[in-house]
Design a protein around this ligand. Structure first.
Ligand SMILES: Cc1ncc(C[n+]2csc(CCOP(=O)(O)OP(=O)(O)O)c2C)c(N)n1
Ligand SMILES: [Mg+2]
Length: 685
């Protein structure tokens, strides 16, 4: 079946309905026109779809955007942000018209693309195409898991939908395949997506670059697909939503044929309407064409009244509160736990458990790979932390992300472990969605070298300041024979460059536990935990310094007499630094060894602590099996960095460390050279 869409406005039989929908169109074109920047086409093209969902199906309460059982709404085609702002404003969220007028201006609540934390009612930051739909998959997973864990007969305290708008751009992005394929396998029945099938992307009509049969594609994933819905027929869209809700064992895709910038006489159906203001003349012509004769930003009272969702929203939430109170009487422990989880508080025994694990690690003093130390940390912490949702992108046995209590999440059951398959980017964005939903602390693993595949989702986690935990193992040439494709070189440095991203590269079992604890406690930013494939010896450290591991760097080893130089190392290179220190001691050169598992955390410490650790008056050598640039800020011009500024080689790890100069002799030599340079300079001075 094909459907005919007219470029001009429909013949409206109901003037009220016309006004209600056209308010969205008018706000979009007027705000973009005023800012002279933005994307009017999508909001104008999706106006009827938005009205059908927001006025007839969405369960939300504008007075409380954080009500835990609200439906989640994600605008994956985030360039159409004005649509979301208009919907939030009209439904009664705390987003006054002044903010719409200040669209895209400094410190307005209406940034260019929707940003969480900036605008009440925005659930995730969108704009990088394909990630919104992937976040939504994560949100739907979180809903499903919470429902499985907390709902009881007669008490559906978790029962909400996740709705997503997405366009051709999201469909073309590879990540939409990763996330939607997994969503099909997991049978996420409460996920309902609306495809804005307008045949237009920035470069023009998409026939030249996008000819997928999208309904078939999603049927292939196991989705319930409603094809060929007229996206400008609100009643048809409402019926489709009803049908989508009725299918509870599969996610639904509603494919809506639309016309971009519908209503604009000369720009509708063209890519010119995608990303630029229509222009004053065309805005006027559109007003006439759609029958909207109100001034810009002037919304008549009857339209506001029709959109106002506050009364119904209050009823939704108070009904839920009543049901939850009853639930709490019947299941007090579950209710308390649910509230704790949704607040994001850690359980009371958490800090104590971490202390116990550290004590055990000290007592065992094991030489193990830090990926194994990581697994032991999970094994120790997870039993008291049911919000931990683990996973790996098909490397569970290598990343060691499973623990004895891991239970696979399937279409039929809840659980606490996601087999993400070979989908690194999808995994990262899905984890972000789980974290955004609330109730969970997601962690997921892959090889450090494939952090590149996750990268844009890492950045989004950092931008959104959410507590997603990324587990990256096989952290250097130390992985050996798999060779340069698998050996990370620049990855540690580039992760550290990302604002708000904490990066830990522990050297032994004890530091690994501290790193895990820090990642879990940190709820306002993501953490990358970086672990070795190969065994690393346990380090003895002064007991006074154990607390300082948390500060990102500390004095691991002090020489017998006043140190004359400092060696900084991370992860697998810490043992090397300790060996070099011994060599130097034999040569009569006392040297301090600083272990720096987290540069990002260390950089936040007060100056006096940083100076106490690094002793800036002493020459300094940094050792890390990765690119050297990032270490210059610690060693200064007089110091030296032993790093790797080229790609690796395929060989056994021990051969590679030797080949690339990671030997105690070379580190010791770098220290003596630095001392000699300093002596020469002092003499010249
Ligand atoms: C990952 C990513 N790549 C590129 C862009 C730039 N961009 C924004 S919208 C768009 C085209 C989107 O087409 P479509 O989703 O069909 O939106 P429509 O024009 O129909 O509103 C592009 C390439 C982006 N936002 N994100
Ligand atoms: Mg499009």
């Amino acid at each position: 079946m094909t459907i005919e869409l007219k470029t001009q406005a429909r013949e409206w039989t109901d003037p009220m309905q016309r006004d209600v929908v056209n308010a969205l169109r008018a706000l979009a074109m007027d705000a973009v026109q005023q800012a002279n920047s933005g994307h009017p086409g999508m909001p104008m093209g999706m106006a009827e779809i938005a009205e059908a969902l927001w006025r007839h199906h969405l369960r939300h309460n504008p007075a409380n955007p954080t009500w835990v059982d609200r439906d989640r709404f994600v605008l994956s085609n985030g360039h159409g942000s004005l649509l979301q702002y208009a919907l939030l404003h009209l439904s009664g969220y705390d987003l006054p018209m002044d903010e719409i007028r200040r669209f895209r201006q400094l410190h307005s609540k209406t940034p260019g693309h929707p940003e969480i934390g900036m605008t009440p009612g925005v659930e995730t930051t969108t704009g990088p195409l394909g990630q919104g739909i992937s976040n939504a998959v994560g949100m739907a997973i979180a809903e499903k898991l919470l429902a499985a864990e907390f709902n009881r007969p007669g008490f559906e305290i978790v029962a909400h939908h996740t709705y997503v708008f997405l366009g051709d751009g999201c469909m073309m992005e590879g990540i939409s395949h990763e996330a939607c394929s997994l969503a099909g396998t997991l049978g996420l029945g409460k996920l309902i997506a609306f495809y804005d099938d307008n045949g237009i992307s920035i470069d023009g009509h998409v026939e030249g670059w996008f000819t997928d049969d999208t309904p078939k594609r999603f049927e292939g994933y196991g989705w319930h697909v409603l094809a060929n819905v007229d996206g400008h027929d609100g009643a048809a869209v409402q019926r489709a939503i009803g049908a989508a809700k009725a299918v509870t064992d599969r996610p639904s895709l509603i494919c809506c044929k639309t016309i971009i910038a519908k209503g604009s006489p000369s720009k509708a159906g063209t890519h010119e309407a995608h990303g630029a203001a229509l222009g004053a003349k065309e805005v006027a012509a559109t007003r006439a064409a759609i029958g909207w004769d109100h001034a810009p930003f002037d919304i008549p009272r009857h339209v506001y009244e029709a959109w106002d969702a506050r009364g119904q929203g209050a009823v939704y939430e108070s009904d839920w509160m009543r049901s939850f109170a009853e639930y709490a009487r019947n299941y007090p422990a579950e209710a308390r736990e649910f509230e704790r989880r949704m607040r994001g508080d850690l359980p009371a025994g958490f800090a104590q458990r971490v202390r116990e694990l550290i004590a055990v690690a000290k007592q065992k003093a094991q030489t193990v790979a830090t990926r194994k130390a990581s697994q032991d940390a999970i094994e120790g912490i997870a039993p008291i932390l049911p919000e931990l949702i683990g996973g790996s992108a098909d490397l569970a046995g290598s990343n060691l992300t499973l623990w004895s209590g891991s239970r696979a999440i399937t279409a039929q059951s809840g659980g606490n472990y996601l087999y993400y398959g070979v989908r690194e980017f999808g995994m990262a964005a899905i984890m972000n969605g789980i974290a955004l939903h609330g109730g969970f602390v997601p962690y997921g693993g892959t090889f450090l070298t494939f952090s590149d595949y996750c990268r844009s989702a890492l950045r989004m986690a950092a931008l959104m300041r959410i507590g997603t935990i990324f587990v990256f193992t096989h952290d250097s040439i130390g992985l050996g024979e798999d060779g340069p494709t698998h050996q990370p070189i620049e990855h540690l440095a580039t992760l550290r460059l990302m604002p708000n991203m904490d990066v830990w590269r522990p050297c032994d079992t004890k530091e690994s536990i501290v790193a895990w604890a820090a990642a879990i406690e940190r709820r306002d930013g993501p953490t990358s935990l970086v672990f070795s494939r190969q065994g690393l010896p346990f380090q003895l450290r002064p007991s006074a310094e154990v607390e300082n591991i948390r500060r990102g760097a500390y004095v691991l080893l002090e020489p017998d007499s006043e140190p004359r130089a400092v060696i900084i190392a991370t992860g697998s290179e810490v043992a090397l630094a300790v060996d070099a220190q011994r060599l130097l001691a034999q040569a009569g050169i006392p040297v301090r060894v600083v272990s720096m598992p987290s540069t990002t955390v260390f950089d936040r410490q007060e100056e006096s602590y940083r100076d106490r650790v690094l002793a800036p008056h002493l020459p300094c050598v940094a050792v890390e099996a990765g690119v050297s640039d990032g270490w210059r800020k610690y060693v200064g011009r007089s110091g030296a960095v032993i790093g790797i500024d080229r790609y690796g080689e395929s060989a056994p790890a021990a051969d590679l460390f030797r080949f690339f100069g990671f030997t105690p002799e070379r580190v010791a030599e770098a220290v003596t050279s630095a001392l000699a340079r300093l002596a020469l300079r002092n003499k010249v001075a």
